[in-house]
Design a protein around this ligand. Structure first.
Ligand SMILES: Cc1cc2nc3c(=O)[nH]c(=O)nc-3n(C[C@H](O)[C@H](O)[C@H](O)COP(=O)(O)OP(=O)(O)OC[C@H]3O[C@@H](n4cnc5c(N)ncnc54)[C@H](O)[C@@H]3O)c2cc1C
Length: 209
């Protein structure tokens, strides 16, 4: 998978919003240590965490499975625009058969599937991909063929959320109880954040990778 940050709100939008509450603009050090500590103290320690909603992040996420998407989409305090299987399944039309399960065919299949590393599962996924390819090649409409898609089928999306929701997402999804793929995604999203924003989220990371 790949995660790219498209845009992040400058931290000044957050510390200036906080200073509006206290009319403490005279104490600003122009985005220096005092202003950064202010966000952490007010939003994280005093739990006045609605102030974090002024920080918004836009990500491009490439190559997660539909299984992972299903979990990601449970995060209601976020916005999603997802590659549509209804409109894009014809990408399989031009593909040759993915069988037999040779090294070359497995590599080709990986362009469309997230592999787990468990051989029996990955081979079953490729079989399902081949079934899907045959449906599409036999002119079954995407709207019907999509019901035969494996959960491992790769998708891409635009994903946007505010810092408060991102804290909740990272707390839940970096935890060792989370599914391995969304856990990888959660760490990748954290890594994609601007370095000067990461301090607001580091306490949410449950365990090192
Ligand atoms: C380890 C793990 C296992 C899971 N297993 C399952 C499972 O078996 N089955 C299943 O269905 N889901 C499962 N989930 C998904 C989980 O129930 C949540 O839907 C998901 O994690 C999104 O969390 P959220 O509601 O906090 O996020 P968001 O939807 O982004 O909400 C963010 C926050 O806003 C507030 N909020 C949002 N909506 C409401 C509301 N309607 N009322 C009150 N407050 C609200 C809450 O404070 C919430 O934490 C699992 C999640 C995890 C991490």
């Amino acid at each position: 998978m790949q995660v790219h940050l498209k845009h992040a709100t400058p931290l000044s939008c957050c510390y200036e919003a906080i200073r509006t509450c206290y009319q403490s603009f005279a104490y600003s050090d122009g985005g220096g240590r005092k202003d950064l500590e202010l966000i952490d103290r007010v939003a994280n320690k005093y739990r006045h965490n609605s102030t974090l909603e002024h920080l918004f992040y836009n990500f491009e996420i490439l190559g997660i499975s539909r299984a992972c998407l299903q979990e990601l989409a449970r995060h209601r305090m976020a916005s999603f625009s997802v590659k549509s299987s209804r409109y894009t399944l014809s990408e399989l039309k031009t593909q040759e058969s993915f069988l037999p399960l040779s090294a070359q065919n497995l590599e080709r299949a990986q362009k469309f599937l997230v592999f787990t590393g468990i051989e029996a599962v990955d081979h079953a996924s490729v079989q399902a991909l081949e079934n899907l390819r045959l449906l599409i090649s036999n002119h079954v409409k995407n709207d019907y063929a999509k019901f035969a898609m494996p959960e491992s089928y790769k998708t891409s999306l635009a994903f946007s959320l505010n810092a408060r929701s991102l804290q909740n997402f990272l707390s839940l999804r970096t935890d060792s109880k989370a599914l391995w793929e969304i856990r990888q995604l959660a760490f990748a999203i954290y890594e994609a954040l601007p370095q000067d924003h990461q301090y607001l989220f580091s306490a949410c990371l449950k365990e090192a990778r």
